[in-house]
Design a protein. Structure first.
Ligand code: NAD
Length: 297
């Protein structure tokens, strides 16, 4: 008999991931505080429950894809949370991007309660969640990883078990997102300057795609968002800002000065304050145009 799966956080990432599990013929129970997300999940064949506590009580594997470490803490550690209500032996998998210390403390608490826990942040964006091509960076006990492997194979493509520390995947994920912060601003600055000099963004993209300026983020931000003048996230500026702050904390702790990375925290804070926080991160382009008082195309 297949396990009962629970999924908490049915947002841009969690909804398509849970739909892929439904398509693989799993019984999936879901919960989200947003009624619209719940409707979409139920319309796709999922079974909606009314709280994280209910998911914890009923499911054998409980997955989460939540926006911030604070919300992850609430959903796992509060009195109504997963840790207090999950059945002994249940496997908890957190796909959210959080601070490494949180992975470690949840792992310790889960073990003490007879539960299993894996920190498993993902990369690959909404497209990767929809097409099940996510990269999954997993930290945690090998036995627990083996139980989860089948599920990871359904929602992702490049799966790495990086060690028995539950935070090792998160550390790598935050390094990835530090680079995303650089690239996203680089794409914005390059295109705005090019356009200001009369170079069409399509021409620039074609030439730079065959040059060392090419990057996955250039491809993503330009083709999926900027070219279509569509800034619905995707990956929001505020989520990128959260990850850059976490990367900075990680660097401070390691005693490494992030010469540009530190400035990125201020930069994306400003972009967010300009009103682009809930837009896709590629709106750094709109923000720069606004700052330079350049008319939108
Ligand atoms: P999102 O904001 O689209 O989705 C989060 C969902 O969690 C929302 O539907 C929200 O209603 C729900 N939620 C909030 N509080 C809740 C609670 N207390 N109980 C239940 N549900 C609650 O965010 P997302 O883009 O899907 O990202 C989720 C996580 O994945 C984040 O940690 C993010 O950093 C990470 N991530 C996102 C992307 C991306 O491209 N969007 C890529 C990789 C990793």
């Amino acid at each position: 008999m297949k396990e009962k799966l629970g999924f908490i956080g049915l947002g841009n990432m969690g909804l398509p991931m849970s739909i892929n599990l439904l398509r693989a013929d799993y019984e999936v129970y879901g919960y989200d505080t947003n009624a619209q997300a719940m409707e979409q999940f139920v319309a796709a064949g999922g079974i909606g429950l009314e709280s994280a506590k209910e998911i914890a009580k009923q499911c054998d594997v409980i997955m989460t894809s939540l926006p911030t470490p604070q919300i992850v803490e609430l959903v796992y550690q509060s009195e109504q949370g997963i840790l207090h209500h999950a059945k002994k032996g249940s496997l908890l998998i957190d796909f959210s991007t959080v601070n490494p210390e949180l992975n470690d403390s949840l792992h310790t608490e889960a073990k003490a309660l007879g539960l299993r826990y894996l920190g498993a942040p993902v990369s690959g964006g909404v497209i990767g969640a929809v097409n099940a091509t996510l990269t999954i960076m997993v930290g945690g006990d090998t036995d627990d990883y083996k139980i989860a492997e089948r599920i990871f194979g359904i929602v992702g493509k490049n799966i790495y078990h990086l060690g028995t520390s539950s935070s090792v995947g998160t550390r790598i994920k935050l390094l990835n997102n530090l680079m995303i912060g650089f690239y996203t601003e680089a794409v914005a600055e390059t295109i705005v300057l090019g356009e200001k000099m009369g170079i069409h963004a399509d021409t620039l993209y074609e030439v730079l795609s065959n040059s060392y300026g090419q990057s996955r983020i250039y491809e993503r931000n330009f083709l999926e968002y900027m070219k279509n003048d569509n800034y619905e996230p995707g990956f929001s500026t505020n989520l990128l800002l959260k990850d850059l702050k976490l990367a900075k904390e990680m660097a401070d702790e390691a005693g490494v000065s992030l010469r540009i990375g530190e400035k990125l925290v201020d930069l994306y804070s400003e972009i967010s304050q300009q009103g682009y926080g809930e837009n896709d991160m590629s709106a750094a382009y709109l923000s720069l145009k606004e700052t330079c008082k350049i008319e939108q195309l």
